[in-house]
Design a protein around this ligand. Structure first.
Ligand SMILES: C[S@@+](CC[C@H](N)C(=O)[O-])C[C@H]1O[C@@H](n2cnc3c(N)ncnc32)[C@H](O)[C@@H]1O
Length: 316
Protein backbone atom coordinates (compact mmCIF):
# COMPACT_ATOMS: atom_id res chain seq x y z
CA UNK A 1 0.00 0.00 0.00
CA UNK A 2 1.18 3.58 -0.66
CA UNK A 3 2.25 5.92 2.15
CA UNK A 4 -0.98 7.85 1.58
CA UNK A 5 -3.11 5.69 3.88
CA UNK A 6 -3.04 2.11 5.13
CA UNK A 7 -6.60 0.78 5.00
CA UNK A 8 -8.01 -0.80 8.15
CA UNK A 9 -9.74 -4.22 8.49
CA UNK A 10 -9.82 -4.68 4.74
CA UNK A 11 -10.54 -8.40 4.65
CA UNK A 12 -13.31 -8.12 7.23
CA UNK A 13 -14.91 -5.18 5.37
CA UNK A 14 -14.88 -7.02 2.04
CA UNK A 15 -16.19 -10.22 3.65
CA UNK A 16 -19.15 -8.39 5.21
CA UNK A 17 -19.95 -6.64 1.92
CA UNK A 18 -20.52 -10.09 0.34
CA UNK A 19 -19.91 -8.66 -3.15
CA UNK A 20 -21.93 -10.14 -6.00
CA UNK A 21 -21.02 -9.98 -9.69
CA UNK A 22 -23.29 -7.52 -11.47
CA UNK A 23 -23.95 -5.59 -8.25
CA UNK A 24 -23.65 -1.85 -7.70
CA UNK A 25 -21.56 -0.71 -4.74
CA UNK A 26 -20.45 2.50 -3.09
CA UNK A 27 -17.23 3.33 -1.30
CA UNK A 28 -18.46 6.44 0.54
CA UNK A 29 -14.98 7.38 1.81
CA UNK A 30 -12.52 6.35 -0.89
CA UNK A 31 -9.43 8.06 0.60
CA UNK A 32 -6.33 6.51 -0.98
CA UNK A 33 -8.46 3.79 -2.58
CA UNK A 34 -7.24 0.84 -0.48
CA UNK A 35 -10.69 -0.54 0.32
CA UNK A 36 -11.95 0.16 -3.21
CA UNK A 37 -9.02 -1.75 -4.66
CA UNK A 38 -9.69 -4.72 -2.36
CA UNK A 39 -13.37 -4.70 -3.39
CA UNK A 40 -12.53 -4.65 -7.09
CA UNK A 41 -9.95 -7.40 -6.69
CA UNK A 42 -12.39 -9.55 -4.71
CA UNK A 43 -15.11 -9.26 -7.36
CA UNK A 44 -14.21 -7.74 -10.71
CA UNK A 45 -17.81 -7.86 -11.96
CA UNK A 46 -19.09 -5.02 -9.79
CA UNK A 47 -19.81 -1.41 -10.54
CA UNK A 48 -18.22 0.82 -7.88
CA UNK A 49 -18.95 4.47 -7.12
CA UNK A 50 -16.04 6.01 -5.21
CA UNK A 51 -16.96 9.11 -3.18
CA UNK A 52 -14.66 11.49 -1.34
CA UNK A 53 -14.93 15.19 -0.63
CA UNK A 54 -11.16 15.56 -0.74
CA UNK A 55 -9.69 16.21 -4.16
CA UNK A 56 -6.22 14.94 -3.18
CA UNK A 57 -7.74 11.66 -2.01
CA UNK A 58 -9.49 11.01 -5.31
CA UNK A 59 -6.32 11.87 -7.26
CA UNK A 60 -4.45 9.23 -5.26
CA UNK A 61 -7.27 6.68 -5.58
CA UNK A 62 -7.32 7.32 -9.34
CA UNK A 63 -3.68 6.19 -9.54
CA UNK A 64 -4.21 3.04 -7.48
CA UNK A 65 -7.35 2.08 -9.38
CA UNK A 66 -5.93 2.70 -12.85
CA UNK A 67 -7.31 0.10 -15.22
CA UNK A 68 -10.45 -0.60 -13.21
CA UNK A 69 -13.03 0.94 -15.52
CA UNK A 70 -15.82 -0.30 -13.24
CA UNK A 71 -14.86 2.45 -10.77
CA UNK A 72 -16.38 5.91 -11.09
CA UNK A 73 -15.07 8.76 -8.93
CA UNK A 74 -17.40 11.32 -7.42
CA UNK A 75 -15.94 14.30 -5.60
CA UNK A 76 -18.73 15.06 -3.19
CA UNK A 77 -19.74 14.85 0.43
CA UNK A 78 -21.43 11.52 1.10
CA UNK A 79 -24.34 13.59 2.44
CA UNK A 80 -25.29 14.18 -1.20
CA UNK A 81 -24.90 10.52 -2.20
CA UNK A 82 -28.59 10.04 -3.01
CA UNK A 83 -28.63 12.99 -5.43
CA UNK A 84 -25.29 12.10 -6.99
CA UNK A 85 -26.41 8.51 -7.61
CA UNK A 86 -29.81 9.63 -8.91
CA UNK A 87 -28.01 11.87 -11.42
CA UNK A 88 -26.38 8.68 -12.69
CA UNK A 89 -29.73 6.84 -12.83
CA UNK A 90 -28.84 4.69 -9.81
CA UNK A 91 -31.89 4.03 -7.63
CA UNK A 92 -30.61 1.11 -5.57
CA UNK A 93 -27.25 -0.26 -4.46
CA UNK A 94 -26.09 -3.69 -3.28
CA UNK A 95 -23.56 -2.56 -0.73
CA UNK A 96 -21.85 0.44 0.80
CA UNK A 97 -18.74 0.99 2.86
CA UNK A 98 -18.07 3.94 5.17
CA UNK A 99 -14.51 4.17 6.54
CA UNK A 100 -14.96 7.31 8.61
CA UNK A 101 -12.70 10.12 9.72
CA UNK A 102 -9.53 11.42 8.15
CA UNK A 103 -6.84 9.63 6.17
CA UNK A 104 -3.20 9.42 7.27
CA UNK A 105 -2.40 11.73 4.36
CA UNK A 106 -4.72 14.41 5.71
CA UNK A 107 -3.16 14.09 9.16
CA UNK A 108 0.41 13.99 7.90
CA UNK A 109 0.24 16.85 5.42
CA UNK A 110 1.03 19.85 7.63
CA UNK A 111 -0.84 22.44 5.49
CA UNK A 112 -4.15 20.70 6.11
CA UNK A 113 -3.95 21.82 9.76
CA UNK A 114 -5.32 18.59 11.31
CA UNK A 115 -2.27 17.72 13.37
CA UNK A 116 -1.39 19.00 16.85
CA UNK A 117 2.34 18.69 16.21
CA UNK A 118 2.69 20.29 12.79
CA UNK A 119 2.86 24.04 12.27
CA UNK A 120 0.11 25.10 9.84
CA UNK A 121 -2.71 27.55 9.31
CA UNK A 122 -5.77 26.44 11.27
CA UNK A 123 -7.78 24.72 8.54
CA UNK A 124 -9.05 21.12 9.13
CA UNK A 125 -11.39 21.11 6.13
CA UNK A 126 -11.64 17.75 4.39
CA UNK A 127 -13.23 19.55 1.47
CA UNK A 128 -10.65 22.19 0.55
CA UNK A 129 -13.28 24.55 -0.85
CA UNK A 130 -15.74 24.38 2.06
CA UNK A 131 -16.47 27.81 3.58
CA UNK A 132 -15.94 26.98 7.27
CA UNK A 133 -12.47 26.25 8.69
CA UNK A 134 -10.92 25.87 12.14
CA UNK A 135 -9.58 29.43 11.72
CA UNK A 136 -13.16 30.74 11.55
CA UNK A 137 -14.17 28.65 14.55
CA UNK A 138 -11.48 29.87 16.94
CA UNK A 139 -11.47 33.47 15.75
CA UNK A 140 -15.14 34.12 15.19
CA UNK A 141 -17.30 31.87 17.39
CA UNK A 142 -18.49 33.15 20.76
CA UNK A 143 -16.92 31.61 23.86
CA UNK A 144 -20.10 29.71 24.80
CA UNK A 145 -20.32 28.09 21.35
CA UNK A 146 -16.67 27.01 21.49
CA UNK A 147 -17.19 25.52 24.96
CA UNK A 148 -20.17 23.55 23.63
CA UNK A 149 -18.12 22.23 20.70
CA UNK A 150 -15.27 21.12 22.98
CA UNK A 151 -17.72 19.51 25.42
CA UNK A 152 -19.95 17.76 22.89
CA UNK A 153 -17.46 16.79 20.19
CA UNK A 154 -14.35 16.41 22.32
CA UNK A 155 -15.98 15.21 25.58
CA UNK A 156 -13.40 17.51 27.18
CA UNK A 157 -13.73 18.33 30.90
CA UNK A 158 -11.78 21.61 30.58
CA UNK A 159 -14.00 22.76 27.69
CA UNK A 160 -15.16 25.95 29.39
CA UNK A 161 -11.72 27.04 30.58
CA UNK A 162 -10.13 26.39 27.17
CA UNK A 163 -12.92 28.29 25.39
CA UNK A 164 -12.34 31.19 27.78
CA UNK A 165 -8.57 31.17 27.13
CA UNK A 166 -9.23 31.22 23.37
CA UNK A 167 -11.71 34.07 23.61
CA UNK A 168 -9.25 36.10 25.75
CA UNK A 169 -6.26 35.44 23.48
CA UNK A 170 -4.97 38.09 21.09
CA UNK A 171 -6.68 37.73 17.70
CA UNK A 172 -6.33 36.51 15.07
CA UNK A 173 -5.11 33.06 16.16
CA UNK A 174 -3.48 31.99 12.91
CA UNK A 175 -1.73 28.67 13.38
CA UNK A 176 -2.16 25.23 14.94
CA UNK A 177 0.80 25.84 17.25
CA UNK A 178 -0.72 29.11 18.52
CA UNK A 179 -3.82 27.14 19.49
CA UNK A 180 -1.68 24.43 21.10
CA UNK A 181 0.06 27.09 23.25
CA UNK A 182 -3.30 28.54 24.34
CA UNK A 183 -4.54 25.07 25.35
CA UNK A 184 -1.30 24.58 27.28
CA UNK A 185 -1.94 27.73 29.32
CA UNK A 186 -4.93 25.83 30.74
CA UNK A 187 -3.76 22.20 30.99
CA UNK A 188 0.03 22.56 30.96
CA UNK A 189 2.41 20.72 28.65
CA UNK A 190 4.41 17.54 28.73
CA UNK A 191 1.94 15.31 30.59
CA UNK A 192 -0.11 12.51 29.06
CA UNK A 193 -3.29 14.26 30.18
CA UNK A 194 -2.41 17.54 28.46
CA UNK A 195 -1.60 15.66 25.25
CA UNK A 196 -5.01 13.94 25.42
CA UNK A 197 -6.72 17.31 25.92
CA UNK A 198 -4.99 18.76 22.86
CA UNK A 199 -6.06 15.74 20.79
CA UNK A 200 -9.65 16.08 22.05
CA UNK A 201 -9.79 19.82 21.26
CA UNK A 202 -8.43 19.26 17.74
CA UNK A 203 -10.88 16.38 17.23
CA UNK A 204 -13.77 18.57 18.38
CA UNK A 205 -12.82 21.37 15.98
CA UNK A 206 -12.45 18.90 13.11
CA UNK A 207 -15.89 17.42 13.79
CA UNK A 208 -17.40 20.91 13.92
CA UNK A 209 -15.62 22.18 10.79
CA UNK A 210 -16.72 19.18 8.73
CA UNK A 211 -20.12 18.81 10.42
CA UNK A 212 -19.19 15.15 10.73
CA UNK A 213 -21.87 13.83 13.08
CA UNK A 214 -24.84 15.51 11.43
CA UNK A 215 -23.66 14.45 7.98
CA UNK A 216 -23.09 10.86 9.14
CA UNK A 217 -26.58 10.58 10.65
CA UNK A 218 -28.20 11.77 7.41
CA UNK A 219 -25.97 9.67 5.17
CA UNK A 220 -26.67 6.46 7.11
CA UNK A 221 -30.42 6.96 6.66
CA UNK A 222 -29.94 7.57 2.93
CA UNK A 223 -27.63 4.59 2.57
CA UNK A 224 -30.07 2.24 4.31
CA UNK A 225 -32.91 3.50 2.08
CA UNK A 226 -30.77 3.06 -1.04
CA UNK A 227 -29.83 -0.55 -0.29
CA UNK A 228 -31.57 -3.24 -2.31
CA UNK A 229 -32.95 -6.22 -0.33
CA UNK A 230 -29.99 -8.38 0.69
CA UNK A 231 -27.59 -5.43 0.25
CA UNK A 232 -25.00 -4.81 2.93
CA UNK A 233 -23.79 -1.74 4.83
CA UNK A 234 -20.39 -1.79 6.55
CA UNK A 235 -19.16 1.08 8.73
CA UNK A 236 -15.72 1.55 10.26
CA UNK A 237 -15.65 4.23 12.95
CA UNK A 238 -12.79 5.54 15.05
CA UNK A 239 -14.31 7.25 18.08
CA UNK A 240 -17.23 6.70 20.39
CA UNK A 241 -19.37 9.58 19.07
CA UNK A 242 -19.36 8.10 15.57
CA UNK A 243 -19.84 4.55 16.77
CA UNK A 244 -22.84 5.59 18.88
CA UNK A 245 -24.51 7.11 15.82
CA UNK A 246 -23.89 3.97 13.76
CA UNK A 247 -25.19 1.72 16.55
CA UNK A 248 -28.32 3.82 17.05
CA UNK A 249 -29.05 4.13 13.33
CA UNK A 250 -28.76 0.35 12.90
CA UNK A 251 -30.91 -0.28 15.99
CA UNK A 252 -33.62 2.05 14.75
CA UNK A 253 -33.62 0.46 11.29
CA UNK A 254 -33.89 -2.95 12.91
CA UNK A 255 -37.22 -2.18 14.55
CA UNK A 256 -40.59 -2.69 12.94
CA UNK A 257 -42.39 0.03 14.87
CA UNK A 258 -41.31 3.10 16.81
CA UNK A 259 -44.64 3.83 18.53
CA UNK A 260 -44.54 4.18 22.34
CA UNK A 261 -45.63 0.95 24.12
CA UNK A 262 -48.95 2.58 25.19
CA UNK A 263 -50.10 2.78 21.55
CA UNK A 264 -51.83 -0.47 20.66
CA UNK A 265 -52.36 0.03 16.92
CA UNK A 266 -49.19 1.12 15.20
CA UNK A 267 -49.43 4.65 13.81
CA UNK A 268 -45.82 5.20 12.76
CA UNK A 269 -44.59 4.73 9.22
CA UNK A 270 -41.51 2.92 10.39
CA UNK A 271 -40.72 -0.63 9.34
CA UNK A 272 -37.81 -3.00 9.78
CA UNK A 273 -35.16 -2.37 7.16
CA UNK A 274 -32.04 -4.02 8.55
CA UNK A 275 -30.78 -7.20 10.09
CA UNK A 276 -27.68 -6.36 12.15
CA UNK A 277 -24.81 -8.78 11.46
CA UNK A 278 -22.47 -7.62 14.24
CA UNK A 279 -24.13 -7.63 17.67
CA UNK A 280 -20.98 -6.08 19.11
CA UNK A 281 -18.55 -4.27 16.84
CA UNK A 282 -15.56 -6.11 15.40
CA UNK A 283 -12.11 -4.81 16.28
CA UNK A 284 -8.79 -5.18 14.49
CA UNK A 285 -6.57 -8.08 15.50
CA UNK A 286 -3.31 -7.65 17.42
CA UNK A 287 -1.19 -8.24 14.33
CA UNK A 288 -2.92 -5.51 12.36
CA UNK A 289 -2.70 -3.03 15.26
CA UNK A 290 1.04 -3.73 15.53
CA UNK A 291 1.51 -2.92 11.85
CA UNK A 292 -0.98 -0.04 11.74
CA UNK A 293 -1.60 1.70 15.12
CA UNK A 294 -4.53 3.62 13.61
CA UNK A 295 -6.44 0.31 13.53
CA UNK A 296 -6.46 0.23 17.35
CA UNK A 297 -9.55 2.40 17.70
CA UNK A 298 -11.46 0.96 14.72
CA UNK A 299 -14.90 -0.52 15.25
CA UNK A 300 -16.63 -2.32 12.41
CA UNK A 301 -20.41 -2.69 12.30
CA UNK A 302 -22.30 -4.39 9.48
CA UNK A 303 -25.93 -4.99 8.59
CA UNK A 304 -28.04 -6.44 5.78
CA UNK A 305 -31.11 -4.89 4.21
CA UNK A 306 -34.23 -6.96 4.74
CA UNK A 307 -36.95 -7.33 2.11
CA UNK A 308 -39.17 -4.24 1.86
CA UNK A 309 -42.64 -4.95 3.27
CA UNK A 310 -45.55 -4.67 0.84
CA UNK A 311 -47.84 -3.38 3.58
CA UNK A 312 -46.94 -1.75 6.86
CA UNK A 313 -47.30 -4.38 9.58
CA UNK A 314 -50.00 -3.38 12.07
CA UNK A 315 -50.05 -4.57 15.64
CA UNK A 316 -53.45 -5.75 16.85
C1 LIG B 1 -10.21 6.94 6.78
S1 LIG B 1 -10.14 7.72 5.23
C2 LIG B 1 -10.62 6.44 4.12
C3 LIG B 1 -9.49 5.58 3.70
C4 LIG B 1 -9.83 4.58 2.61
N1 LIG B 1 -10.79 3.61 3.06
C5 LIG B 1 -8.61 3.92 2.05
O1 LIG B 1 -8.63 2.69 1.89
O2 LIG B 1 -7.64 4.61 1.74
C6 LIG B 1 -11.58 8.70 5.23
C7 LIG B 1 -11.79 9.46 3.94
O3 LIG B 1 -13.16 9.84 3.93
C8 LIG B 1 -13.28 11.15 3.47
N2 LIG B 1 -14.50 11.67 4.08
C9 LIG B 1 -14.76 11.86 5.38
N3 LIG B 1 -15.99 12.35 5.55
C10 LIG B 1 -16.53 12.46 4.31
C11 LIG B 1 -17.79 12.92 3.82
N4 LIG B 1 -18.73 13.39 4.64
N5 LIG B 1 -18.01 12.88 2.50
C12 LIG B 1 -17.06 12.44 1.64
N6 LIG B 1 -15.83 12.01 2.05
C13 LIG B 1 -15.58 12.02 3.37
C14 LIG B 1 -12.01 11.85 3.91
O4 LIG B 1 -11.75 12.94 3.06
C15 LIG B 1 -10.98 10.73 3.80
O5 LIG B 1 -10.33 10.76 2.56
Amino acid sequence: MSGFHTPVMVQESVRFLALRAGGTYVDATTGGGGHSLAMLKAEAGIRLFCFDQDEEALEEAGKILTGFDQAEFIRANFASMRTELALRQIKGIDGILFDLGVSSHQLDKAERGFSIDKQATLDMRMDQVAPRSAWHAVNELPESELAKIFREYGEELSAKRIARAISKAEKPIEATQDLVRIIETVVGSGSKESLKTKIRIFQALRIYVNDELEVLTRALTDAINLLNPGGRIVVLSYHSLEDRIVKQSFRKAEQDCLCPPAIINCVCDHYKQLKVLTRSPLEAGEEEVKLNPRARSAKLRAAEKTASPKLKYKRL
